[in-house]
Ligand binder design. Structure first.
Ligand SMILES: [Zn+2]
Length: 117
């Protein structure tokens, strides 16, 4: 079953990466971005070698204005209200693939390719 066609590509599956809200809040609020080159770090999961300094260019690391707990919780509220209901809709259509989004990016990528084979 083809759900959509975008840029000539037929899409027939929907993937949901499931991550508990508390973990999403922690991931976003710990994010630090280089003001010079835009490189992204995380205070816990991907820290820079020198605190608050970019590993690549030595630039100052900063927290983006919208990377705060209040903004993230508000976005999660909107997600649960408006987007999450689509999971049961696509599940009923037989096109939903739910994956564990708490794993590291390499594992999640492998799970996605595995699920789409
Ligand atoms: Zn940098």
């Amino acid at each position: 079953m083809i759900l959509w066609k975008i840029w000539g590509i037929s899409l027939d599956k929907v993937i949901s990466l499931n991550v508990p809200d508390e973990l999403i809040v922690g991931r976003v609020t710990g994010r630090r971005v280089c003001g010079e080159c835009g490189a992204s770090f995380h205070v816990e999961f991907n820290p820079s070698k020198i605190e608050d300094k970019c590993d690549y260019c030595g630039g100052e690391l900063m927290t983006r204005k919208d990377d705060n707990a209040e903004t993230v919780k508000s976005r999660l509220g909107a997600y649960h209200e408006q987007t999450a209901p689509l999971i049961s809709y696509y599940t009923d259509m037989g096109v939903m693939i739910e994956l564990d989004g708490t794993k590291d990016v390499v594992e999640v990528t492998a799970d996605m390719f595995g699920a789409l084979e």
